[in-house]
Design a protein around this ligand. Structure first.
Ligand SMILES: Cc1cc2nc3c(=O)[nH]c(=O)nc-3n(C[C@H](O)[C@H](O)[C@H](O)COP(=O)(O)O)c2cc1C
Length: 218
């Protein structure tokens, strides 16, 4: 991965500062910055390194307007400088397993492991029901999504993750292949007006256990 040049915050600062941005100023985002954000997403880990994510970057005013209509009329879809529509491809693994193994071999993947992975990817993923496949894609795509969200924040942008959209309508607006499953939308840009309230988070004792359920981590 290319070494990043535009870094405005540490990762720890970005995590601490990030808010789900309520409203964007709509200023265009340079393509170079957008690509740096997308590169971070493409660099995420995934099961078997299958990289089943696919992204549609929406920047044109007309397309953002249509996407807004497919997203319960959320104004930030239209206001964001760019909306990254994060999808998973249910068939991606069938097409991509050989390319993934080629890259792996180039990076030093042992031949014995390559043969084993090819068989096990197919055994594992071809047995999935539609629901299981969507669950698996959600895991993978959200990891990549989070990489992009935090990279954008580190670069000084504001972001808005969104699950409020209608699957079929987004499919229609973006002319997505049938094998695509839309996971989430990421608005990227700069905050307009004041930020949302801080909703706070649960204490560690509420959500974290030590060794087994119910035991506090001390
Ligand atoms: C996957 C995901 C989907 C979300 N979808 C929406 C959405 O459609 N519309 C919205 O206004 N906020 C959405 N949010 C924002 C959450 O409400 C917000 O992250 C949460 O209230 C915590 O606030 P904070 O992110 O500012 O700390 C979403 C957040 C996530 C992580």
């Amino acid at each position: 991965m290319r070494v990043m040049t535009k870094i405005k915050k540490t990762l720890a600062q970005a995590i601490a500062d990030r808010r789900a941005t309520p409203s964007f100023d709509g200023e265009p985002i340079p393509m170079e910055d957008l690509k740096q954000i997308l590169e971070a997403g493409l660099h995420a880990p995934s099961g078997y390194n299958i990289q089943p994510w696919r992204f549609v970057v929406v920047r044109s005013p007309e397309q953002k307007k249509r996407l807004r209509a497919a997203s319960y009329n959320q104004a930030k879809v239209e206001e964001a400088s760019a909306v990254i529509v994060a999808c998973g491809d249910t068939d991606g693994w069938r097409r991509d397993v050989d390319l993934m193994l080629k890259h792996g071999r180039e990076g030093g993947m042992p031949e014995s492991y390559a043969a084993q992975v090819k068989a096990s990817v197919s055994n594992y993923l071809s047995s999935f029901s539609t629901e299981q496949m969507r669950g698996w894609l959600n895991k993978m795509v959200m990891l990549s999504f989070t990489h992009m969200m935090l990279m954008a924040e580190v670069m000084g942008y504001d972001t808005a993750p969104m699950e409020g959209f209608e699957q079929e309508k987004v499919h229609e607006v973006l002319k997505l292949p049938m094998s695509y499953w839309v996971v989430a939308l990421l608005g990227v840009g700069h905050l307009k007006g004041s930020d949302k309230y801080d909703g706070g988070r649960f204490e560690m004792s509420h959500s974290v256990f030590a060794e087994e359920y119910g035991k506090p981590l001390k």
